[in-house]
Design a protein around this ligand. Sequence first.
Ligand code: NAD
Length: 260
Amino acid sequence: MIDLCVLGPSGRMGQQVCQLALASNEFQLTSAVARRGSDAIGNGIQGSTVQIGDSLAKALGEAQVYIDFTVPASTTHAAVAALAHHTAAVVGTTGLDAEAQSALDALAKVAPVFVAANFSPGVSLLLHLAEKAAAALGPEYDLEVVEMHHRHKVDAPSGTALALGKALASGRGLDFDTARQSARDGQVGPRSSDEIGMFAVRGGDIVGEHTALFIGDEERLEITHRAQKRSVFASGALRAASWIVKQPPGRYTMSDLLGF
Ligand code: NAD
């Protein structure tokens, strides 16, 4: 059994991960760390014997791997706390800032660290296909990304949309940060062939949808991924946790796990 710690057990994703871990015979959910001062436990572990605490150091010291679907500040704290114990990390939190990335880089020197903006196998394939399609179709096809998420999502564009934009830029041979066109509003002028439009739609309970558009003069190709259940991300994160505990220190992502 793999000793697992889950951060943010009351969150939408934290609850799913806890539920699946408790039902699995591969993981032992040794602890869950809630936000300091929070009394929210989450449906995933209500009624179980899982120990809930707000001490990261204690929880990470007892776990082989932790799963983090929280906020970037919490990702930084956890990565720093995990350093002392060499605890493996599986991070799904999106919108990670430079501080969180450098804390994860430091942890990756002593433990395996798996970071994915999207744990669904279908999205990994979407990124792969989008890069190939952008390269194959060439500059006659305009590239755009449209993503849709539930009304509670706090970051935009989504981490997956950013990864999709980067895949398109890489296929086309563009620098993503230069090509990225995050909004069009007002007298923006005609579209250049070197831009990649990025659009975020928010509403209701949409779990997550991403479309890469390749728009030519005579035809349009659209590749869309729709997540139907949040559990696809939670089961992907557990699959990553099971795989990463056998890896040497370093940074890993879905393409390492799936072999794309
Ligand atoms: P949520 O708001 O439902 O849950 C966030 C959790 O983080 C809560 O349990 C909250 O208590 C905890 N938290 C907040 N601030 C904290 C702090 N300072 N310290 C410790 N814990 C803190 O959000 P969610 O929908 O579960 O999403 C969480 C993150 O996961 C987001 O960044 C989201 O974009 C990302 N996400 C990633 C994937 C993926 O496949 N990688 C899938 C879905 C969501």
